[in-house]
Design a protein around this ligand. Structure first.
Ligand SMILES: Cc1cc2nc3c(=O)[nH]c(=O)nc-3n(C[C@H](O)[C@H](O)[C@H](O)COP(=O)(O)O)c2cc1C
Length: 208
């Protein structure tokens, strides 16, 4: 079993989302001796700029136009990045909510790697994801609780966004563990977080 962990909190040891993913990965690796983990931390990875040659390469591909050498080189880099997704059986996101969405470096990674011929195909017949059969698991944290003041359907651009991305790349359903109200009073925050930790262990134990 090979796991790709896309880590998107810059808070290191203080990060709640990283702690949830760590619990899941520790449980999984203790149960599956053969499991390997590739960590892609969006804050320490030199993400390729997605403008200039990369953007031109994307449109050249979509329009069937020959790429120049610079565009081809950057397109190859994108394919190499995509291979890390293809190698994985399980794709894990650890993701704090930022302004009701995801941290911009994670969005940058997703915009760079989600290309035709890399993670999906797109033609006259429509769009087909190329990551079919993989599992996507999301460990999400939020300072507040969505619900009354922040209706989920309007405010969740975090888990809902990753769900949509997963569908786009061929994974129709995801597992999500959410720890809300991390910035609330200590008792509430801790109760929610401990429940999320237990869910993380269970998800790992249930994975066959
Ligand atoms: C730039 C920034 C924006 C944030 N925006 C939101 C937000 O829109 N909604 C929310 O509930 N929490 C928000 N938070 C709080 C974080 O989601 C919360 O502290 C979370 O537990 C952080 O997870 P981490 O410890 O894994 O980084 C924000 C935090 C930062 C740093």
């Amino acid at each position: 079993m090979h796991i790709l962990h896309l880590a998107s909190s810059p808070r290191g040891d203080r990060s709640a989302s990283l702690k949830l993913a760590a619990r899941y990965l520790e449980t999984l690796t203790s149960l599956h001796a053969d499991a390997t983990v590739d960590v892609l931390d969006v804050w320490t990875t030199d993400l390729l700029p997605f403008d200039g040659a990369a953007l031109e390469a994307k449109y050249a591909d979509l329009q069937g136009v020959q790429m120049n050498a610079e565009q081809q080189a950057v397109w190859e880099q994108i394919h190499t990045l995509g291979e890390r997704f293809h190698r994985a059986d399980v794709i894990v996101f650890s993701v704090p909510m930022w302004n009701f969405g995801v941290p911009y470096r994670l969005k940058h990674l997703i915009d760079a790697v989600s290309q035709r011929g890399v993670l999906f195909d797109f033609d006259a017949q429509g769009m087909r994801g190329l990551l079919k059969g993989k599992k996507v698991v999301v460990f999400a944290t939020r300072g507040v609780a969505l619900g009354e003041d922040f209706p989920t359907e309007d405010y969740d651009h975090q888990v809902a966004y990753l769900k949509t991305w997963a569908r786009m790349v061929g994974v129709p359903a995801i597992d999500a563990v959410v720890s809300e109200a991390t910035l609330a009073d200590a008792t509430t925050a801790e109760t929610n977080f401990n429940a999320a930790l237990a869910q993380a262990s269970k998800l790992a134990a249930d994975l066959t």
